[in-house]
Ligand binder design. Structure first.
Ligand code: KIV
Ligand code: ZN
Length: 512
């Protein structure tokens, strides 16, 4: 078996998905789960892009020990310096510096001649090597670059000290045959290629990202880049869980192994979906809700007789257990704390107390508390940004009946601690509620999307609401879980607004 390194870019390319705005604590939670998932390297962000990104990358670099942490930099000295500041305490700091190479990018974006592109790439790789022992250089839009030019620049950046060469299909345009051939060509035409690892990075614009990634591996790539659930720019990146499972199930065809722990797939996928607000389509390969559902009578009959008739992946393989009932109304603090540790959470005393309180409140309404419920509670607690001034919900009431006009009344405390209240009507209860919140909140708001789903199953399942809001024209995602749909909807709306409010406070503090 040939070892393939997994490079996760959920927190960088994945975070570039429209509407995704993770705060520092949410990014850290995802990073910790990626470490559990077994990724060899995680791209924690782009530190030079904002102070917020710098701080998240630093926090992740200071915390994560079992995966190498890498950050993205443009071919600019100050980007490399800032990245070093963010990464210098990492267990294995690594830098990812990129420069576009295709004729389209050279002509229209960089306004540079081929020789100038080579000189810049070489000088930045040399500069990066003064600080980092692992330097990955990416030829942005490699798949639309003339192969002889690509070979020339790759040879020169390896001479300059690049240890990993990444050849992305930046716009998801390549076919498997073309993309595979590019790796073969580079392997055969770059004399010093044995001094670097070849890496692939595929986008899914034509739905070819998995096929392209496999073609790259079959032609010499030994590092694969991708994201959890395939999130990312436009149509996204290759989904790592799909690759991991494809390599495992078809090891007869693909003699490759990774360090991924496949039984962490479900948990990783759920966490990323919950925190990014990017829900997973029901029929998505491996992690979709229907991936293990058999609808037709013939299939059900077959599976009952022998699962392998229609099931090539087992739910257990990806960590989809039967969501065991674990604690109830009478469970004490001790049993609760043990369960938190068993689920892999490391909570401060204060957060542990808050989580136990939430759990107890839930047991008043819900008889069976499952792992999924607990994950929802713990994720909320672990990523809570209390300590910042923000809108607080003091009270809300919604009246709905078939014979009256839906009306909502809301009382809020503003970030500067004033109490405000209003009441509005709407054609439905959520509309009335959102109309009232819009009325009260002193920012320009536009609702772009609103989704509600359940955590687990059953009438008493927790409701999870996700809201996309334009706050002063900036897209923010808010989410919340609650026993009640209306409460989850109200809190998700406020959560989106508060992200904006907190981001502004962080920026103002930095200016001071
Ligand atoms: O798709 C791409 O080309 C990228 C680079 C920054 C590697 O994400
Ligand atoms: Zn990309």
């Amino acid at each position: 078996m040939t070892k393939i390194q997994i490079f996760d870019t959920t927190l960088r390319d994945g975070e570039q998905s429209p509407g995704v705005n993770l705060n520092k604590l949410e990014k850290l939670e995802i990073a910790k789960q990626l470490e559990r998932f077994g990724v060899d390297r995680m791209e924690a962000g782009f530190p030079a892009s904002s102070t917020g990104d710098f701080e998240s990358v630093k926090l992740i670099a200071d915390t994560i020990k079992d995966s190498s942490v890498i950050a993205l930099a443009r071919a600019v000295k100050s980007d490399i310096d800032i990245s070093w500041e963010a990464l210098k305490n990492a267990a294995e700091p690594a830098l990812h510096v990129f420069l576009a190479t295709s004729p389209i990018h050279r002509k229209y974006k960089l306004l540079k001649e081929p020789e100038e592109v080579i000189d810049l790439a070489v000088s930045m790789v040399k500069y990066a090597r003064e600080k980092f022992s692992i330097v990955q250089w990416s030829a942005e839009d490699a798949s639309r670059t003339e192969l002889p030019f690509l070979a020339e620049i790759v040879e020169k950046v390896i001479d300059a000290g690049a240890t990993v060469i990444n050849l992305p299909d930046t716009v998801g345009y390549a076919t498997p045959e073309e993309y595979g051939y590019m790796f073969k060509y580079i392997s055969e035409n770059v004399p010093n290629i044995d001094k670097a690892i070849l890496s692939c990075h595929c986008h899914d614009d034509l739905g070819l990202s998995v096929a392209n990634t496999i073609a790259a591996v079959e032609n010499g790539a030994r590092q694969v880049e991708g994201t959890v659930n395939g999130i990312g720019e436009r149509a996204g990146n290759v989904a790592l869980e799909e690759l991991g499972v494809a390599f495992k199930i078809r090891e007869d065809k693909y003699p490759y192994e990774t360090n991924l722990k496949l039984n962490e797939i479900k948990r990783t996928s759920d966490l990323v979906a919950r925190l990014t607000g990017m829900s997973i389509q029901a029929n998505k390969a491996v992690v979709g809700k229907n991936a293990f559902a058999h609808e037709s009578g013939i299939h059900q009959d077959g599976v009952l007789k022998h699962a392998s008739t229609y099931e090539i992946i087992t739910p257990e393989m990806i960590g989809l257990t039967s969501n065991v009932l674990f604690l109830g109304k009478h469970s004490g603090r001790h049993a609760f704390n043990d369960k938190v540790v068993e689920l892999g959470y490391d909570l401060s005393d204060e957060r542990l107390k808050a989580a136990f309180k939430e759990f107890k409140t839930l047991t008043d309404h819900k008889k069976e508390i499952t792992d999924d419920d607990l994950f929802a509670i713990l994720t909320e607690i672990q990523t809570d940004t209390s300590g910042f001034d923000r809108y607080e919900m003091d009270m809300f009431q919604v009246q709905y009946g078939t014979n009256n006009i839906p009306t909502a009344t809301v009382k809020l405390t503003t970030p500067d601690k004033r109490q405000i209240e209003a009441a509005c009507t709407g054609s439905g209860s959520v509309e009335a509620l959102y109309e009232t919140l819009d009325n009260l909140i002193e920012e320009k708001l536009e609702l772009k999307d609103y989704r509600i789903s359940s955590v687990g199953q059953g009438k008493d399942a927790l409701a999870e609401a996700t809201v996309q809001l334009l706050v002063n024209d900036k897209q923010m995602t808010g989410r919340a879980t609650a026993q009640d749909v209306i409460k989850a909807s109200a809190n998700a709306f406020l959560n989106a607004v508060n992200r904006y409010v907190i981001e502004k406070q962080v920026q103002q503090a930095q200016v001071k």
